[in-house]
Write a protein that binds this ligand. Sequence first.
Ligand code: HEC
Length: 248
Amino acid sequence: MQQKNFWLPVLVFGLGLVLSTISCQHSPMGMDDDVEPIDTTGNDTTGMGDPCDPNVVYFEWDILPILRSNCALSGCHDDASHEDGVVLTSYEKVMQTADVDAFDPGSSDLYEKITDSDPDDRMPPPPNQPLSSEQVALIYKWIQQGAKNESCDPDAGQCNTDNVSYAQDIRPVIQNNCQGCHSGANPSGGISLDTHAGLAASANSGRLYGAISWQVGYVAMPLGASNPLPQCTVDKIKAWIDAGAPDN
Ligand code: HEC
């Protein structure tokens, strides 16, 4: 009788321990545990007004648009859905939830997920297209440079809108800011922007410029962005539209 009274609490405690270990094990991307503290030293707001350095990867201009249009979507990694606890809608949330190891892309889950060769594990998952090699390289470089949130002013300096080229100037902007939503079998709003023909159709209807210049009567694009594209980018797209949206 004495024996039984002694062992019962030990048993209950042991069982509780085992159960709690089991229930904590499921963390598919390992992103819930091991949360990185936010590196506020990388949060440089003094650079606003400085021109962008072409050798520096800027989270706001280079990385966030890719995440917003490919990952931070409803049902995936937006604030409401937060699949696997991962939210990719802002610098702070990316650093808190996506297991980014500054200076070390190889040990960052974010980088590992977008490069996984197994389609079952790769992000974004099929039927979505994987990120392009340019986008993957940009994310690699951003982490390698310390996964910082440097600021710069893309509109500092002159904006040259002469001879705007579809291939050089327009295509990369659309690819990083729009294509994640506006491509594939079910493009957002029924609008495909992943080919010249699709973009030209949108340009010629007036909707492209209305949407990117945030005019009343149009849905502001990129959807979910807190600011329009840099003014110089909008001006270049306008110049290209005015030139007849050529495939140059
Ligand atoms: C996060 C997803 C997402 C991103 C990123 C996005 N769009 Fe859209 N876009 C949508 C959705 C959804 C609609 C349909 C909105 C509606 O009809 O309410 C839409 C509609 C549009 C329209 C029609 C607007 C109108 O009022 O007729 C244009 C043009 C457009 N997008 C262009 C762009 C361009 C250019 C970019 C990049 C600079 C972009 N979109 C980025 C989701 C997105």
